[in-house]
Ligand binder design. Structure first.
Ligand code: EPU
Length: 430
């Protein structure tokens, strides 16, 4: 069993380079299915979710090759099937993007229902509503496979009932190949939505308004090959910024877009952290004054991102005073709280609220990553504690954080990945 072992209690110092955005990569890679020529995608994070979606494209018949550590060559021209029902597909949440891409390409798609992180019901009704509005029939087969089929996709007006990142991007994918204009209203505005639109536009698609809540997509018959570089991962950056604050350290996160991080920098500033912004970097200095409690309400972009909520809970548990988190995006994203409580945190959950009584004494304890961001929160918690914390279920963390051990070590953290067999512990190095 692989675990992370963290000996905390030391502030983080130094610089860290942020990788490409996971949630952009897992949409842009399947978007290549729509392209009529090979593409080269750069600044791809080296994480297991990217390996999975790349292998799924290979299973469909694409030629996918790693050019270097962060670039992929993808030739989709030999993809000859719309059937994506393998175990690999079931293994990741973002495989739902295969629905929009295959439907756009073939007018048909058969895709296994997504698995992935577990924090409550994760419906895709808005994705299906969009495909149906575009003219497709959709049905659930055996409770596990979605089939979508149409004679042709026709541009239309779609108003999303909830602001959904996945539905917005999936509908954009299918609409790229529809006849005429599709208008998506109440669209999500995350930076990765703009990134997907920029990628599709660079191939010859006609998408306007991405980043606002009305997106207009005019279908295109031919999409040509491009070389495209993915945006930096705002959540990875936010995670390291949060870790610096939690350990009362001072770090610089490089290779980022500060504009994408405004809700996070605003919250850290409110807590008393000194933030200095550069063109493509942010310095986070928590050595200057004691941190203050704060409240957080997660919202779709440009609100505070739900994907940084667990990390901030781990930070706030050591800040004296009562902080309240209001999780406004997911129904049940507090499964990690019981793990923080094992470490001595005083947190109670009431529905969508987590009430954190910060400043309680913390002690090392064996904990597990209940999902990707929960895992990041465990690392941040452990970095604050004098003593040795073992974190299990680290496969969740590796789904979304490139070189997480090496990056934290470069900031001075004492963290290692070990393989436990009974009483024996063996360190694993990348
Ligand atoms: N929702 C519906 N119906 C739908 C789709 C969503 O009711 O058809 C609801 C969800 O239940 C949720 C809310 O709408 O309450 C927002 O869901 P959204 O569709 O925006 O989430 P997603 O596209 O499935 C992506 C990220 C998540 C991130 C959310 C919100 C990917 C692969 N995943 O999920 O990222 O939390 O947007 O920003 O892009 C993560 O990276 O750790 C992660 C979980």
């Amino acid at each position: 069993m692989e675990k992370f072992v963290v000996n905390g209690g030391k502030p983080l110092f130094g610089e860290v380079n942020i990788s490409g955005a996971k949630n952009a990569a897992v949409a842009i890679i399947p978007a290549v299915i729509l392209c009529d020529e090979p593409c080269q995608i750069e600044n791809i994070p080296n994480i297991s979710d990217v390996s999975l979606i790349s292998r799924i494209l290979q299973q469909l018949g694409a030629n996918v090759r790693r050019i270097n550590r962060s670039s992929l060559y993808i030739d989709p021209t030999k993809i000859g099937t719309f059937n994506a029902t393998t175990e690999l597909v079931r293994g990741m949440r973002a495989s739902y993007y295969l629905l929009g891409a295959l439907l756009g390409k073939f007018g048909k798609a058969k895709v296994a229902l997504p698995g992935g992180c577990n924090f409550g019901v994760r419906p895709i009704d808005q994705h299906l509503k969009g495909f149906e509005a575009l003219g497709a029939d959709t049905r659930l087969v055996d409770g596990a496979i979605i089939e979508a089929e149409c004679d042709r996709l026709v541009g239309t007006h779609i108003y999303l009932d909830v602001v959904s990142v996945g539905a917005t991007m999936n509908i954009m994918l299918a609409a790229c190949k529809a006849n005429g204009m599709t208008i998506i209203e109440n669209a999500a505005k995350e930076p990765h939505i703009v990134d997907l639109a920029n990628f599709l536009n660079s191939m010859g698609a006609d998408i306007r308004g991405a980043g606002t809540d009305v997106i207009k997509v005019r279908g295109a018959s031919y999409l040509h090959g491009v070389t495209y570089s993915i945006i930096p991962d705002q959540i990875e950056a936010g995670t390291y910024m949060c870790a610096a604050a939690a350990t009362r350290g001072c770090i610089t996160v490089n290779n980022i877009t500060p504009k994408h991080l405004e809700s996070i920098t605003a919250k850290l500033r409110e807590m008393g952290v000194k933030i200095t912004e550069y063109d493509e970097a942010i310095k986070v200095d928590a050595t200057v004054k004691p941190l203050k409690r704060c409240n957080i309400k997660t919202m779709p972009h440009p609100g505070f991102p739900t994907d940084c909520q667990p990390q901030f809970a781990a930070l706030l548990m050591s800040v004296p005073g009562t902080s309240i988190i209001n999780e406004n995006v997911w129904d049940n994203r507090y499964q990690y709280v019981s793990e923080l409580i094992r470490m001595g945190a005083q947190i109670s959950v009431e529905g969508r609220l987590a009430i954190i009584e910060g400043g309680a004494p913390l002690t090392a304890a064996p904990v597990k990553a209940t999902d990707l961001r929960a895992g990041a929160a465990m690392i941040i918690a452990a970095l604050q504690i004098n003593g040795s914390t073992e974190i299990s279920s680290i496969q969740y963390i590796e789904r979304g954080y490139e070189d997480v051990v090496e990056k934290f070590r470069s900031l001075g953290a004492d963290i290692k990945k070990v393989y436990f067999t009974g009483d024996n512990e063996q360190e694993l190095r990348a």
